[in-house]
Design a protein around this ligand. Structure first.
Ligand SMILES: [Zn+2]
Length: 203
């Protein structure tokens, strides 16, 4: 085996390994993508590499709601037209995209960046709960909408938050049961999400 071949093989292996770390990409898909990129024009590979670097350099988390943003505070937190008395709590920034797409919610958000999951070792201190409680201290929020996923972790997190927020005298609602159990918000369609938002019930 000559040296060049070794080098090529290991660089393909390295790319395959890195792709395999991405969510939803198994070893077979990672290999397929790696060989696709290997054969793709240089320009295409460069555009992908640049886009990855750019998103890391340009984006950060909003210091108020922890949404992904290029300007702090984010576009939603800065918008004077939004209803500042409502805060919708979601697990991931992608959930905001799904809810915004319905166009019916005008309040603010808070991104937890995860859900409580004892089986995966994620506790209350590992997600942005402290920051949420801090935000709710000034009395400007009158309703908190628990929009965590309807799976086990999401329900556990909603119950935990309900217990913490109840003493603050803030109305707590949960997205309506129109969302089937096991739904991840980011994959729910507009109609289902709109119904769930409009039909939200006191927790
Ligand atoms: Zn924000």
């Amino acid at each position: 085996m000559n040296e060049d071949f070794t080098a090529t093989t290991s660089s393909v292996d390295k790319l395959t390994q890195e792709l395999n770390k991405l969510p939803g990409i198994g070893p077979k898909s990672a290999q397929r993508l790696a060989y696709y990129l290997l054969r793709a024009p240089d320009e295409q590979a460069k555009l992908l590499a640049d886009a990855i670097l750019l998103v890391k350099q340009k984006t950060r988390l909003c210091s108020v709601c922890f949404n992904v943003t290029e300007a702090d505070p984010c576009r939603i937190c800065r918008n004077d037209q939004r209803d500042r008395s409502k805060v919708c709590i979601v697990e991931q920034p992608q959930d905001i995209l799904a809810l915004e797409h319905t166009g019916i919610y005008q309040g603010l958000y808070h991104v937890l960046h995860g859900a409580i999951s004892p089986t995966e070792g994620v506790g209350a201190d590992d997600i942005r709960i402290k920051e949420l409680l801090h935000r709710l201290q000034d009395g400007s929020v009158s309703e908190v909408i628990l929009a965590t996923n309807t799976n086990l972790e999401g329900e556990q997190t909603a119950m935990y938050l309900n217990k913490l927020i109840s003493p603050l005298g803030i109305k707590i609602t949960r997205l309506a049961r129109g969302l089937p159990f096991g739904t991840e918000l980011e994959y729910a369609d507009d109609v289902t999400l709109t119904r769930a938002l409009e039909g939200r019930q006191e927790f």
